[in-house]
Design a protein around this ligand. Structure first.
Ligand SMILES: Cc1cc2nc3c(=O)[nH]c(=O)nc-3n(C[C@H](O)[C@H](O)[C@H](O)COP(=O)(O)OP(=O)(O)OC[C@H]3O[C@@H](n4cnc5c(N)ncnc54)[C@H](O)[C@@H]3O)c2cc1C
Length: 478
């Protein structure tokens, strides 16, 4: 393809948030280095996709993938500030009762004071019908049980069951995990996702006591900042801003099809028969693709990387007039636990979560499907998923009539699943990774947007520190 350099200092494969962030940080910190980002699709941003839909004289913002990020982890917000987009930040609407949950076909309020998997406030916990009385008694036993003797990693389900009992797994941990990881809590590693829960158990002898202490400590710091934030014109403004800064260093429509070792560096080959030599390479693509693109010097890692699991998920957004929703829920989220056996995992009332996402008088809903729990929906065609969704919102929210428009997004094998033992596997992979090869993105150390930015910053720092002044630019100047 025209416009590809013959050689660069650093080649980055994949222009999702990870690849773009590594590239921009490098561009900022080491302007002497030459870089190229190669992206298979025609648009950068990977899973982050926002669409502005003009309808009935107003504008909707429809998110295909992420619609917000955790503001308490500072790295994404810092990146947004560094890009000059700080004034675009959009906090999630503040509501007393943000989330509801379905139990036995009834919509009930998510009890306030639940922190991750355990209650931290007594009254709402005692009052909630989400957990049965025997279930509550079992959860309270966490206060008496000694810290567990599990050495090393365990699944989130195993940990929650051990401390709090099966109801905490079925009605709290499972829906939480389905929302964040689209994964089965029986498989997901505690160490790789919520390591601080284990640390709290060890420090306080009880998860409930530990979470309460954390909450008390935080309350001394004053009122909490908004938990989740987004960007006014949609999450895609972030990769778009990064891509604009990268300019000619970003090449879209270029699929990397193989990588070989070459001298002290590597050579990348594209699907259209071009090649680029580089001193270092960053794989900012899913694990399964990374496994097929390793050079000979890293081939032994292919099996371990290729064995990493991922689940498939999708979202369906539906636009209705407000009056079509005859039984609105009180907040912006309805969680549908696996035990309820529904076709969808959750419903977000996007236009309540962020009023700016739909014109006045309109409700924008987003339904989540697929994941570990309902993989069959992923293979159903769009019309079938739409029919299922219309039935679901009719039954749960009393929706009448047809949506004014709808958008469906699918992410086949798009959600990395950190199985038990993930961190030990990663340590082994990192140990054997040849010098000059870097792994960035959701597959390795955190799927959330702030964690991806953190890892990408670290990789850019590592590359910046390890590469002496550019040889490639010297050659170009001769
Ligand atoms: C439905 C959904 C909802 C989510 N919601 C949230 C949320 O609300 N908050 C949050 O923090 N996180 C959320 N996430 C997670 C977050 O969006 C992702 O973890 C993150 O965007 C992944 O970024 P990445 O750069 O690691 O990978 P990707 O975005 O997958 O980017 C990888 C890029 O590599 C390209 N590529 C692949 N193979 C090649 C090749 N051979 N050659 C060249 N290019 C290649 C791809 O086209 C892609 O652009 C959500 C994810 C999904 C799927």
């Amino acid at each position: 393809m025209n416009g590809l350099p013959d050689q660069v200092d650093v080649a980055i494969v994949g222009a999702g948030l990870a690849g773009l962030t590594v590239a921009w940080r490098l561009q900022q910190d080491r302007p002497d280095l030459s870089i190229v980002v190669l992206e298979r699709s025609s648009r950068p941003g990977g899973k982050i996709r926002s669409e502005r839909v003009e309808h009935a004289g107003g504008a909707f913002v429809v998110e295909a993938g992420p619609d917000a990020f955790l503001a308490q982890k500072p790295w994404a917000k810092q990146l947004i500030d560094d890009l000059g987009l700080g004034d675009q930040l959009l906090p999630v609407a503040k509501m007393d009762q943000a989330v509801s949950i379905l139990r036995n076909g009834r919509i009930i309020a998510w009890p306030s004071g639940i922190s991750l998997v355990a209650p931290t406030e007594l009254k709402p916990f005692l009052r909630t019908p989400l957990i049965s009385w025997p279930g509550k008694v079992r959860m309270a036993r966490d206060l008496l049980l000694p810290a567990g003797s599990v050495d090393g990693d365990e699944s989130i389900a195993s940990f929650a069951r051990r401390r709090l009992g099966q109801e905490a797994v079925d009605w709290i941990a499972e829906p939480l995990l389905a929302g964040i990881y689209s994964a089965d809590p029986e498989e997901v590693s505690l160490q790789a996702t919520f390591p601080h829960l284990k640390a709290l158990e060890e420090e306080h002898g009880s998860l409930i006591r530990g979470l309460r202490a954390t909450k008390r400590r935080r309350s001394l710091d004053g009122p909490p900042p908004p938990t989740f934030v987004s960007l006014k014109n949609g999450m895609e403004s972030l990769p778009q801003a990064l891509a604009a800064r990268l300019g000619e260093d970003l090449k879209t429509g270029v699929t990397v099809s193989s990588v070989t070792d070459e001298g002290e560096g590597f050579r990348l080959f594209t699907a259209r028969g071009r090649s680029i030599a580089c001193r270092q390479i960053v794989y900012a693509i899913p694990a399964t693709v990374t496994a097929t693109l390793l050079p000979e010097s890293a081939r032994t890692l292919g099996d371990a990387i290729g064995a990493m699991q991922s689940s498939s998920s999708g979202t369906l957004s539906l636009a209705y007039r407000d009056e079509q929703i005859t039984r609105p829920i009180s907040g912006y989220g309805l969680v549908l636990p696996g035990k309820e056996g529904r076709a969808f995992n959750a419903i977000t009332v996007t236009s309540r979560k962020f009023a700016e996402r739909a014109p006045a008088g309109w409700t924008l809903l987003r339904l989540f499907f697929g994941g570990a729990r309902s993989p069959a929906t992923m293979s159903a065609d769009d019309q079938h998923v739409l029919d299922l969704a219309r039935g679901e919102v009719r039954e749960l929210l009393g929706v009448t009539g047809e949506p004014a428009f709808w958008r469906i997004a699918r992410y086949p094998v798009g959600n990395p699943v950190y199985e038990v033992g993930h961190l030990a596997r990663m340590a082994a992979i990192e140990r054997d990774l040849p010098e000059g090869i870097h792994l960035a993105g959701a597959a390795w150390y955190g799927v959330g947007i702030p964690d991806i930015v953190r890892q990408s910053n670290e990789i850019a720092n590592r590359i910046g520190a390890s590469l002496p002044a550019s040889k490639v630019r010297d050659v170009a100047m001769v």
